[in-house]
Design a protein around this ligand. Structure first.
Ligand code: SF4
Length: 493
């Protein structure tokens, strides 16, 4: 579909809304023939007037008009409200034209929980529910989910301090690459390169923590990837020992053990011995046919074997990830996976909806894969709620990604007392995140402005090795001690 916009800077926002209703390619154009959406905004003294029209082969099929008062305040806030108003106008137009309703209404952002919390701060939880229903057209089921998450998260978010950081340590190696993966995850890497990576990572951690550590307080540490356990045991141990040396006391220490083809009693014994509290063993699916399709080379029963070994090693805080909507899967297949998870009874369960990400093999060869229709994936998510209920879990964090099937969501479930603080903090962005490793993104939270400033690391391994000092400097500057940690200015203002 062609988008004719008198504010071309709105292209991404409007394109996202159009794709929620119709996953067609969208282009910015001046050509008004064919299938086009025309969006115009006129700025008057105190208001924006918008008109959006949908044209098919020279015929006007639907239109929408809207006006919004221009709010006072800083340009950044005005810009945010302007973009939101434009999205709402186009959402109403597309809903009218297609007759479709969407579970998340007009919300396109990745963190609906954050919006709920902001609104609840201004209007109370009931007010937040009303605004989500009336302004954003969010379904009662999704509002109910947000309300539950809001109550579960509140004690954790109320306890944050401006000095708090969560620490992320990234290990970008995997045994094989899954078809849906878009992470920095290198498969088939030789051991000497892995050792070099760990050397560099430890240097980066030390180089950043040495000048900053005194003024920060660690809330949680998360070793993720990739698959950290794809490292030789001795190399992963070096990382965990360095984490203790720098960041102790660590109130929460997670290692993403990830795939069972990297797990055995020796690995679990080392993780336990190094004081890891929480591990993830991620089946994604327990269906052997799907495992083959998605590029995971281990067989049936491997997840149960790894889970059993982890329990025997003494782990009592285990997360499992599943993905709804994997190629070739039906709700019945998904239910079988959930039934086996119910038997294992982990403390946490993370339910993802398949996202077809740009850098993935799945996206490149999309036509070769049979994907379930949206209604089937919605059914899968309902089944996952039933499983979480059966395991006495509550939803405690939620996020959305671009290109998710049906614009649905990922939900973290947990038994009370087992919530992962790292996950809550990274989703809600009320604390800073200090991130190490290739492709890791450090974020500093500025409380006064309620905003985040980023310092990304390079993703390519060669660049990471040759530009380590620059990665260290970026983080030190971002957390520059001369900048008031309550906010107001950043190093590149
Ligand atoms: S295990 Fe995770 S990080 Fe590794 S290839 Fe699969 S999806 Fe990517």
């Amino acid at each position: 579909m062609g988008l004719v916009l008198n504010h071309p800077e709105l292209f991404n926002d409007i394109g996202d809304v159009v794709r929620m209703f119709d996953p067609c390619p969208v282009t910015l154009t001046q050509d008004r023939t064919g299938r086009v959406l025309i969006h115009e905004v006129k700025k008057e003294e105190d208001r924006w007037r918008q008109r959006a029209e949908l044209w098919e082969e020279g015929k006007l099929t639907a239109y929408e008009e809207r006006e919004d008062p221009i709010p006072g305040g800083r340009p950044l806030i005005q810009k945010r409200i302007f973009r939101r108003a434009a999205k709402l106008c186009v959402y109403d137009l597309m809903r009218k034209a297609t007759g479709k309703t969407l579970p998340w209404g007009s919300l396109t952002g990745v963190r609906p929980g954050k919006l709920f919390r902001d609104l609840a701060g201004q209007e109370g939880p009931e007010g937040a529910e009303r605004i989500l229903r009336e302004t954003y057209d969010v379904s009662p089921a999704k509002i109910g989910l947000l309300r539950r998450i809001y109550s579960e998260q509140k004690p954790f978010l109320d306890s944050t301090d401006v000095r708090d950081v969560d620490v992320y340590i990234g290990v970008p190696f995997c045994r094989t690459r899954c078809v849906y993966c878009s992470f920095a995850a290198y498969a088939g890497v030789k051991e000497d390169l892995k050792t070099r990576y760990v050397d560099t990572l430890l240097r980066e951690m030390e180089g950043v923590w040495q000048p900053l550590g005194d003024r920060l307080r660690v809330r949680s540490v998360y070793v993720g990837g990739g698959t950290p356990t794809a490292l030789p045991v001795r190399e992963l141990r070096r990382i965990l020992q360095k984490a203790h040396a720098l960041f102790d006391p660590m109130p929460e220490f997670t290692v993403e053990a990830g795939r069972p083809d990297t797990l055995n009693p020796e690995v679990f014994a080392m993780l336990k011995g190094e004081g890891v509290d929480r591990i993830c063993i991620n089946p994604q699916t327990m269906n052997p046919k799907t495992l083959q399709i998605i590029g995971r080379e281990y067989g049936e029963g491997e997840i149960e074997r790894a889970f059993d070994e982890a329990r025997k090693a003494g782990f009592s805080w285990i997360n499992m990830d599943v993905i709804a909507g994997l190629p070739g899967e039906t709700a019945e297949d998904f239910e079988k996976t959930l039934a086996r998870i119910r038997q294992l009874a982990p403390e946490n369960l993370t339910v993802h909806t398949l996202a077809i990400k740009r850098a993935s093999e799945l996206k490149e060869r999309l036509r070769e894969y049979a994907l379930a229709p949206v209604t089937e994936v919605e059914r899968m998510l309902e089944l996952s709620c039933e499983t979480a209920d059966a395991l006495s879990m509550e939803p405690y964090y939620l996020y959305r990604q671009k290109y998710m099937t049906g614009n649905l969501e990922n939900v973290g479930w947990g038994k009370k007392g087992s919530y992962c603080v790292y996950n809550i903090d990274t989703m809600e962005e009320l604390t800073s995140n200090l991130a190490f490793g290739a492709g890791a993104i450090t974020k500093r939270y500025f409380k006064k402005d309620n905003r985040i400033e980023r310092a990304p690391n390079v993703r390519n391994l060669g660049d990471y090795f040759s530009r380590t000092d620059e990665m260290i400097d970026r983080k030190i500057k971002l957390f520059d001690p001369s900048v008031d940690i309550e906010g107001g200015r950043t190093y590149n203002d």
